[in-house]
Design a protein around this ligand. Structure first.
Ligand SMILES: [Zn+2]
Length: 384
């Protein structure tokens, strides 16, 4: 039998700091192949980003097709660990190591859960694992390309669980059914440089930028809705870079980020910001320009049969129905949401990306139980 703790330890020993694989996918493949999975190793290297190893493993070809998505890469350990972050250590029932929470334990829990489920016979459908080595990095040569590759092959996923550490106190207490989107803006306000003694001959961009910052920050974007908190806007910098005390600068810059719910799109937000900027530019005689980059759009898996099934399963295993949430940052679920309903269900995220990242062994067991029950329930009452 596969012990999810031992498998997690094997994975932690692999130094898979993005974009390195460190042998992590070999460890997974080594566990999946004996279970009958057909494994594809996919190395994507286009787009000027580091080349990344990915793994797609599928058992069976029939529908329904349940996919578990996750990542084998980890963030750099940083300084100050009490022990070697890549030598997994168990102390008082807690496993320490980089990736213990995010999310090597979840990978191991799912593989162990699959083995346990297969002991009762093959699934009435198919199970796959879609594992990227590029979640913590630029996320260019990972899940997005895996999904495109699957589509090109005509493989359709019916439902997907992402094993990100989305829980709060115990594995399964929270299901992420959506995420807010994130967009970064850079503003540049151009005026006319001049002497401070002759401000009438200059156009000072600073008051224009200050007005823009005030106006964009003051107005709430929305009030949220049944599934989402209100969208938020936060300025992250204002720069003039002018060290001269006798010069009105010609340019002022600022950056801000918007975390947005499903009431907005990147286009609608850009339009909203540009509208305000145009008015201020006219009033002040400046030119205001925006650059923006979208890290992810918002999405929601509408509560329905799939969310109910997962919720019922978690409640049966843990004795408590999970909370549906859409909070937190972005995840690779953003690349899956257009292909099939996707839910995030994993470990407690408290120590993710921190030094001395850890997970309680009891939580790995609990998550393995949840995943095993979920696979059983999923194929018992097909949703498609
Ligand atoms: Zn993660």
């Amino acid at each position: 039998m596969i012990d999810p703790v031992t498998l997690t330890q094997d994975l932690i020993r692999c130094r898979s700091v993005t974009p390195a694989d460190g042998g992590a996918l070999d460890v997974l493949e080594g566990a999946l192949q004996p279970l009958g999975f057909f494994c594809h190793r996919l190395r994507f290297e286009e787009s000027g980003a580091p080349a990344v190893e990915n793994l797609y493993a599928r058992l069976g070809t029939a529908s329904p097709h349940f996919c578990f998505a996750g990542h084998s890469d980890v963030v750099p350990p940083g300084e100050g660990w009490a022990r070697d972050p890549f030598s997994p250590t168990i102390l008082d029932g807690v496993l320490y190591g980089r990736g213990a929470a995010d999310m090597k334990s979840a990978l191991a829990a799912f593989v162990a859960a699959v083995e346990r489920t297969l002991a009762n016979g093959p699934p009435k459908g198919s199970i796959s694992l879609l594992i990227t080595g590029d979640e913590e990095g630029p996320a260019i040569n990972g899940t997005a390309k895996l999904m495109a590759w699957l589509e090109a092959r005509g493989e359709k996923i019916d439902h997907c669980v992402v094993g990100e550490p989305t829980s709060v106190a115990h594995a399964g207490d929270t299901l992420k059914i959506g995420r807010r989107g994130s967009i970064n803006f850079q503003v540049s306000v151009t005026g006319v440089q001049g002497h401070v003694g002759y401000p009438q001959k200059a156009v000072n961009p600073i008051p224009a930028l200050a007005a823009l910052v005030t106006q964009l920050s003051a107005q709430p974007l929305d009030k949220g809705n049944a599934h989402f908190d209100p969208s938020t806007l936060a300025f992250t910098s204002m720069d003039v870079g002018n060290s001269a005390t006798n010069v009105i600068p010609g340019e002022a810059r600022a950056s801000f980020n918007i975390r947005f719910n499903d009431k907005h799109t990147p286009e609608s937000l850009l339009g909203w910001a540009l509208d305000r900027a145009d008015r201020i530019a006219k009033e002040t005689g400046t030119t205001i320009e925006f650059r923006h980059s979208v890290s992810g759009t918002s999405f929601l898996t509408q509560p329905g049969k799939f969310t109910q099934l997962v919720s019922d399963t978690v409640a049966r295993v843990t004795g408590q129905a999970p909370v549906f949430s859409t909070s937190g940052g972005i995840s690779d679920a953003r690349f899956i949401k257009d292909h099939c309903p996707v839910i995030e269900l994993g470990l407690v995220g408290a120590t993710m990306h921190k030094i001395d990242e850890c997970v309680a062994l009891s939580e790995i067991t609990r998550l393995t139980d949840i995943y095993a029950q979920l696979l059983t329930d999923y194929f018992l009452k097909p949703l498609v």
